[in-house]
Design a protein. Structure first.
Length: 275
Protein backbone atom coordinates (compact mmCIF):
# COMPACT_ATOMS: atom_id res chain seq x y z
CA UNK A 1 0.00 0.00 0.00
CA UNK A 2 2.73 2.46 0.98
CA UNK A 3 4.66 1.56 -2.16
CA UNK A 4 1.56 2.21 -4.31
CA UNK A 5 1.05 5.66 -2.81
CA UNK A 6 4.73 6.55 -3.13
CA UNK A 7 4.58 5.57 -6.80
CA UNK A 8 2.08 8.36 -7.26
CA UNK A 9 4.38 10.98 -5.83
CA UNK A 10 3.83 10.68 -2.06
CA UNK A 11 6.89 10.72 0.18
CA UNK A 12 7.06 8.63 3.33
CA UNK A 13 7.30 11.62 5.62
CA UNK A 14 4.16 13.05 4.04
CA UNK A 15 2.20 9.96 5.03
CA UNK A 16 2.39 10.61 8.76
CA UNK A 17 0.94 14.10 9.09
CA UNK A 18 -1.21 14.67 12.17
CA UNK A 19 -4.83 15.75 12.54
CA UNK A 20 -3.85 19.42 12.71
CA UNK A 21 -2.37 19.27 9.23
CA UNK A 22 -5.48 17.51 8.00
CA UNK A 23 -7.68 20.23 9.42
CA UNK A 24 -5.61 22.94 7.77
CA UNK A 25 -5.96 21.17 4.43
CA UNK A 26 -9.75 21.12 4.72
CA UNK A 27 -10.08 24.82 5.50
CA UNK A 28 -7.46 25.95 2.99
CA UNK A 29 -8.31 24.10 -0.26
CA UNK A 30 -6.49 26.77 -2.26
CA UNK A 31 -3.20 25.12 -1.37
CA UNK A 32 -4.16 22.09 -3.47
CA UNK A 33 -5.42 23.84 -6.57
CA UNK A 34 -2.14 23.96 -8.44
CA UNK A 35 -1.26 20.34 -7.71
CA UNK A 36 -4.67 19.05 -8.77
CA UNK A 37 -4.61 21.20 -11.91
CA UNK A 38 -1.20 19.94 -13.05
CA UNK A 39 -1.98 16.32 -12.29
CA UNK A 40 -5.29 16.50 -14.18
CA UNK A 41 -3.34 16.66 -17.47
CA UNK A 42 -2.29 13.03 -16.94
CA UNK A 43 -5.82 11.73 -16.45
CA UNK A 44 -5.62 9.48 -19.51
CA UNK A 45 -1.93 8.56 -19.27
CA UNK A 46 -2.78 5.03 -18.06
CA UNK A 47 -6.16 4.64 -19.77
CA UNK A 48 -7.30 1.02 -19.79
CA UNK A 49 -10.43 -0.78 -21.04
CA UNK A 50 -11.43 -2.01 -17.59
CA UNK A 51 -11.25 1.08 -15.39
CA UNK A 52 -10.67 3.61 -18.19
CA UNK A 53 -9.50 6.74 -16.34
CA UNK A 54 -9.33 5.13 -12.88
CA UNK A 55 -5.54 5.23 -12.52
CA UNK A 56 -5.34 8.78 -13.84
CA UNK A 57 -8.02 9.94 -11.44
CA UNK A 58 -6.26 8.33 -8.50
CA UNK A 59 -2.99 9.97 -9.54
CA UNK A 60 -4.72 13.37 -9.64
CA UNK A 61 -6.08 13.12 -6.10
CA UNK A 62 -3.32 10.97 -4.58
CA UNK A 63 -1.65 13.84 -2.67
CA UNK A 64 -4.77 14.07 -0.50
CA UNK A 65 -3.88 10.71 1.02
CA UNK A 66 -0.86 12.29 2.71
CA UNK A 67 -3.19 13.55 5.46
CA UNK A 68 -4.63 10.11 6.22
CA UNK A 69 -3.68 7.23 8.47
CA UNK A 70 -3.02 3.71 7.22
CA UNK A 71 -6.62 2.49 7.30
CA UNK A 72 -7.93 5.64 5.64
CA UNK A 73 -5.32 5.39 2.90
CA UNK A 74 -6.37 1.85 2.09
CA UNK A 75 -10.01 2.93 1.77
CA UNK A 76 -8.93 5.96 -0.26
CA UNK A 77 -7.02 3.77 -2.73
CA UNK A 78 -9.96 1.38 -3.08
CA UNK A 79 -12.59 4.02 -3.81
CA UNK A 80 -10.47 6.01 -6.25
CA UNK A 81 -9.13 3.08 -8.23
CA UNK A 82 -12.67 2.22 -9.31
CA UNK A 83 -14.15 2.76 -12.77
CA UNK A 84 -14.24 6.35 -13.95
CA UNK A 85 -14.71 7.91 -17.36
CA UNK A 86 -15.62 11.40 -18.54
CA UNK A 87 -14.41 14.09 -20.91
CA UNK A 88 -10.79 14.80 -19.86
CA UNK A 89 -11.13 18.57 -20.34
CA UNK A 90 -14.03 18.87 -17.87
CA UNK A 91 -12.79 16.13 -15.53
CA UNK A 92 -11.20 18.72 -13.17
CA UNK A 93 -14.72 19.68 -12.07
CA UNK A 94 -15.01 16.14 -10.68
CA UNK A 95 -11.46 16.12 -9.34
CA UNK A 96 -12.03 19.39 -7.50
CA UNK A 97 -15.40 18.33 -6.09
CA UNK A 98 -14.08 14.98 -4.90
CA UNK A 99 -11.00 16.65 -3.39
CA UNK A 100 -13.27 19.00 -1.44
CA UNK A 101 -15.31 16.10 -0.10
CA UNK A 102 -12.12 14.29 0.95
CA UNK A 103 -10.74 17.38 2.69
CA UNK A 104 -13.96 17.80 4.64
CA UNK A 105 -13.99 14.15 5.70
CA UNK A 106 -16.91 13.15 3.49
CA UNK A 107 -14.96 11.21 0.87
CA UNK A 108 -16.09 7.76 1.97
CA UNK A 109 -19.76 8.74 1.75
CA UNK A 110 -19.79 11.06 -1.25
CA UNK A 111 -16.80 10.45 -3.55
CA UNK A 112 -18.35 7.55 -5.46
CA UNK A 113 -21.66 9.39 -5.84
CA UNK A 114 -19.95 12.55 -7.11
CA UNK A 115 -17.91 10.62 -9.67
CA UNK A 116 -20.96 8.70 -10.88
CA UNK A 117 -23.27 11.72 -11.04
CA UNK A 118 -20.87 14.10 -12.75
CA UNK A 119 -18.99 11.63 -14.97
CA UNK A 120 -21.77 11.10 -17.49
CA UNK A 121 -22.99 14.69 -17.40
CA UNK A 122 -19.56 16.19 -18.04
CA UNK A 123 -18.78 13.51 -20.59
CA UNK A 124 -21.70 14.58 -22.78
CA UNK A 125 -21.11 18.30 -22.24
CA UNK A 126 -17.37 18.06 -22.87
CA UNK A 127 -17.73 15.91 -25.97
CA UNK A 128 -20.22 18.38 -27.46
CA UNK A 129 -18.03 21.39 -26.76
CA UNK A 130 -14.53 20.06 -27.31
CA UNK A 131 -14.77 17.16 -29.77
CA UNK A 132 -17.88 18.28 -31.66
CA UNK A 133 -17.18 22.02 -31.66
CA UNK A 134 -13.83 23.45 -30.66
CA UNK A 135 -11.43 20.85 -32.03
CA UNK A 136 -12.81 20.78 -35.60
CA UNK A 137 -13.19 24.57 -35.53
CA UNK A 138 -9.53 24.97 -34.53
CA UNK A 139 -8.41 22.72 -37.39
CA UNK A 140 -10.59 24.50 -39.97
CA UNK A 141 -9.50 27.95 -38.81
CA UNK A 142 -5.88 26.85 -39.06
CA UNK A 143 -6.51 25.56 -42.59
CA UNK A 144 -8.06 28.90 -43.55
CA UNK A 145 -5.04 30.75 -42.11
CA UNK A 146 -2.65 28.53 -44.07
CA UNK A 147 -4.50 28.94 -47.38
CA UNK A 148 -4.90 32.69 -46.97
CA UNK A 149 -1.22 33.07 -46.14
CA UNK A 150 -0.20 31.07 -49.19
CA UNK A 151 -2.41 33.12 -51.53
CA UNK A 152 -1.66 36.58 -50.18
CA UNK A 153 1.83 36.21 -48.77
CA UNK A 154 0.64 37.88 -45.57
CA UNK A 155 2.35 35.18 -43.48
CA UNK A 156 3.95 31.78 -43.86
CA UNK A 157 2.24 28.45 -43.38
CA UNK A 158 4.02 28.20 -40.02
CA UNK A 159 1.30 30.47 -38.63
CA UNK A 160 -1.38 27.78 -39.09
CA UNK A 161 -0.26 25.29 -36.40
CA UNK A 162 0.34 28.15 -33.96
CA UNK A 163 -3.20 29.44 -34.54
CA UNK A 164 -4.63 25.94 -34.11
CA UNK A 165 -2.79 25.39 -30.82
CA UNK A 166 -3.88 28.76 -29.46
CA UNK A 167 -7.52 28.44 -30.53
CA UNK A 168 -7.82 25.00 -28.97
CA UNK A 169 -5.60 25.22 -25.91
CA UNK A 170 -6.63 28.58 -24.47
CA UNK A 171 -10.22 27.35 -23.78
CA UNK A 172 -8.86 23.90 -22.91
CA UNK A 173 -6.52 25.17 -20.18
CA UNK A 174 -9.07 27.72 -18.94
CA UNK A 175 -11.74 25.03 -18.45
CA UNK A 176 -9.32 22.73 -16.64
CA UNK A 177 -8.22 25.47 -14.28
CA UNK A 178 -11.77 26.66 -13.67
CA UNK A 179 -12.94 23.13 -13.01
CA UNK A 180 -10.40 22.61 -10.23
CA UNK A 181 -11.05 26.02 -8.68
CA UNK A 182 -14.84 25.80 -8.78
CA UNK A 183 -14.90 22.17 -7.70
CA UNK A 184 -12.79 22.95 -4.64
CA UNK A 185 -14.74 26.10 -3.84
CA UNK A 186 -18.33 24.87 -4.10
CA UNK A 187 -18.21 21.10 -4.67
CA UNK A 188 -20.34 19.19 -7.22
CA UNK A 189 -22.65 22.21 -7.63
CA UNK A 190 -19.87 23.73 -9.75
CA UNK A 191 -20.98 21.58 -12.69
CA UNK A 192 -24.30 23.44 -12.81
CA UNK A 193 -22.61 26.24 -14.75
CA UNK A 194 -22.22 23.78 -17.62
CA UNK A 195 -25.98 23.33 -17.87
CA UNK A 196 -26.93 26.95 -18.47
CA UNK A 197 -27.60 29.00 -21.57
CA UNK A 198 -24.06 30.33 -21.63
CA UNK A 199 -22.56 26.89 -22.10
CA UNK A 200 -25.09 25.93 -24.78
CA UNK A 201 -24.29 29.14 -26.64
CA UNK A 202 -20.60 28.38 -26.38
CA UNK A 203 -21.18 24.97 -27.98
CA UNK A 204 -23.22 26.54 -30.77
CA UNK A 205 -20.66 29.30 -31.29
CA UNK A 206 -17.81 26.82 -31.74
CA UNK A 207 -19.82 24.83 -34.28
CA UNK A 208 -20.77 28.00 -36.10
CA UNK A 209 -17.11 29.07 -36.17
CA UNK A 210 -16.20 25.69 -37.66
CA UNK A 211 -18.94 25.98 -40.27
CA UNK A 212 -17.85 29.50 -41.20
CA UNK A 213 -14.21 28.41 -41.42
CA UNK A 214 -15.26 25.49 -43.65
CA UNK A 215 -16.97 27.92 -46.02
CA UNK A 216 -13.91 30.15 -46.00
CA UNK A 217 -11.60 27.21 -46.78
CA UNK A 218 -13.82 26.12 -49.66
CA UNK A 219 -13.82 29.62 -51.08
CA UNK A 220 -10.05 29.98 -50.76
CA UNK A 221 -9.44 26.59 -52.32
CA UNK A 222 -11.73 27.44 -55.25
CA UNK A 223 -9.96 30.74 -55.88
CA UNK A 224 -6.70 29.03 -56.75
CA UNK A 225 -3.84 31.51 -56.68
CA UNK A 226 -5.98 34.62 -57.10
CA UNK A 227 -5.85 37.24 -54.40
CA UNK A 228 -9.09 37.62 -52.37
CA UNK A 229 -10.93 40.82 -53.23
CA UNK A 230 -13.31 43.21 -51.50
CA UNK A 231 -16.53 41.36 -52.47
CA UNK A 232 -15.23 38.27 -50.72
CA UNK A 233 -14.57 40.21 -47.54
CA UNK A 234 -18.09 41.68 -47.70
CA UNK A 235 -19.71 38.27 -48.10
CA UNK A 236 -17.58 36.79 -45.33
CA UNK A 237 -18.51 39.68 -43.05
CA UNK A 238 -22.19 39.14 -43.81
CA UNK A 239 -21.83 35.45 -43.09
CA UNK A 240 -20.13 36.25 -39.80
CA UNK A 241 -23.12 38.38 -38.77
CA UNK A 242 -25.58 35.69 -39.83
CA UNK A 243 -23.70 33.10 -37.80
CA UNK A 244 -23.79 35.32 -34.71
CA UNK A 245 -27.54 35.84 -35.13
CA UNK A 246 -28.04 32.10 -35.50
CA UNK A 247 -26.15 31.48 -32.27
CA UNK A 248 -28.19 34.15 -30.51
CA UNK A 249 -31.48 32.58 -31.65
CA UNK A 250 -30.31 29.08 -30.69
CA UNK A 251 -30.75 27.74 -34.21
CA UNK A 252 -29.73 24.03 -34.26
CA UNK A 253 -26.03 23.57 -34.91
CA UNK A 254 -26.73 21.20 -37.80
CA UNK A 255 -28.47 24.02 -39.68
CA UNK A 256 -25.63 26.40 -38.90
CA UNK A 257 -23.09 23.89 -40.19
CA UNK A 258 -25.14 23.36 -43.35
CA UNK A 259 -25.32 27.13 -43.85
CA UNK A 260 -21.54 27.33 -43.55
CA UNK A 261 -21.05 24.72 -46.25
CA UNK A 262 -23.63 26.37 -48.51
CA UNK A 263 -21.95 29.73 -48.01
CA UNK A 264 -18.62 28.33 -49.08
CA UNK A 265 -20.15 26.69 -52.16
CA UNK A 266 -21.88 29.94 -53.14
CA UNK A 267 -18.59 31.80 -52.92
CA UNK A 268 -16.91 29.11 -54.97
CA UNK A 269 -19.55 29.02 -57.71
CA UNK A 270 -20.00 32.76 -58.09
CA UNK A 271 -16.28 33.54 -57.97
CA UNK A 272 -16.14 36.44 -55.53
CA UNK A 273 -12.36 36.69 -55.87
CA UNK A 274 -10.18 39.12 -57.70
CA UNK A 275 -12.30 42.26 -56.92
Amino acid sequence: MERTLRAFGLKEEALVQDDANRARSSVRPGGWKWRLFVRSFLLQAVWNPRGMQDVGFFFAVAPLASTMDEEERRAFLKRHMSFFNTNPVLAPYVIGAVARAEMEGRGAEEAAEIKKALGGLLGMAGDALMWGGLRPAAGLIAAAVALYGLQTGAWGVWAAPIVMLVVYNVPHIFLKARGVVRGLDVGPEAASELLGKGFRRAVLATRWAGAFAAGFVLALAASGTERPGVPTAVVMGAFLVLGAVAARLRIPSTLVAAAGAIGGIILMVNGFYGG
